[in-house]
Design a protein around this ligand. Sequence first.
Ligand SMILES: NC(=O)c1ccc[n+]([C@@H]2O[C@H](COP(=O)([O-])OP(=O)(O)OC[C@H]3O[C@@H](n4cnc5c(N)ncnc54)[C@H](OP(=O)(O)O)[C@@H]3O)[C@@H](O)[C@H]2O)c1
Length: 347
Amino acid sequence: MNYTVAVLGATGLVGRTMMRVLEEQHFPVGRFVPLASENSAGTEVLFGGEPYKVQTPSAEIFSEVDIALFSAGASVSKAWASIAADAGAIVIDNSSAFRMDAGVPLVVPEVNAEQIFDAQGKPAGIIANPNCSTIQMVVALKPLHDRFRIRRVVVSTYQSVTGKGKQGLRALEEEIAGKTFETYTHFHPIAYNVVPQIDAFTDNGYTKEEMKMINETRKIMGDDGLMVSPTTVRVPVYGGHSESVNIEFETDFDMDEVRRVLESAEGITMIDNPQAQQYPTPIDCYGKDGVYVGRLRKDPSHARAINLWIVSDNLRKGAATNAVQIAQRLIGKLIPKPERIAVQGSI
Ligand SMILES: NC(=O)c1ccc[n+]([C@@H]2O[C@H](COP(=O)([O-])OP(=O)(O)OC[C@H]3O[C@@H](n4cnc5c(N)ncnc54)[C@H](OP(=O)(O)O)[C@@H]3O)[C@@H](O)[C@H]2O)c1
């Protein structure tokens, strides 16, 4: 079975990475449909070695699409996701537009893949991809929560400039090249700097990015009581996001067992040999699909807590790879459109 797959945001950092991951994973793409804004309409992108003309989205286009991967920002998703879903496409949305909607599953396949489908096995029309810093954290939290019950998580992030799209990357490159700005993409200079603000502040003094880490973690883990205390920080790197995470368990635990649980968990690669200076860094994780964990150690200040360090490429597992992994769960369970028409025609 081959599917008609659209990428809305095909000229952006996440969209381009989605195309690369679809190719690498040999996703069964019968027809590829790249979509972006008016600015890119008519330009070409390469997919599977072939050039494709970029179009702007329309209901007519979505009526031929089986799976639509959205990565063009929340306002574009709000404008087009329902139209695409009503036209029969399954939308996998990378933006924040629908993540907290009760009827929309928020999915990290290693954690809650079953939520892609309803009780009858029918996929949701819109499936939300979580925030990048949340995805990599919950991949590590889930197996620990299942085994030891997590009470509280204190997390500080060190987030790549690519988290702010192509503008965010360009800002770092131009500032390093000596260009100065009156208004900064990252609120302050990002070259040779560290900025403890990602997205706008909310009334409680936390940023929207920090509130996403609280609310999305609870929704994905299915535990409204899970306490998360985040500080999200932009740093001048481009390989991926890093997180320093303190985890407090409800029960006593054995450190060797914690290590075994993480080592055997789906999606996690442990890089943890401090004597040999081995731990994950964004440069090592750049362009890779996994979630990398190191610096695992007992918290010397708390009997039931540990510390660890999590790194992942935010454009990969934090966005494109997670979306493609959701799409992979649809393979075989979704009848491609031409066949659907043939089936209807034969009735
Ligand atoms: N970067 C990350 O690490 C990350 C992680 C998780 C989720 N996300 C989410 O993914 C989305 C895209 O992020 P990005 O980093 O790829 O941003 P980006 O590099 O700035 O790319 C934005 C894309 O959206 C398209 N677009 C903008 N306005 C549009 C419109 N009105 N109609 C159609 N297409 C439009 C752009 O097309 P043009 O080139 O034609 O302007 C471009 O293809 C955002 O919702 C972001 O929050 C990003």
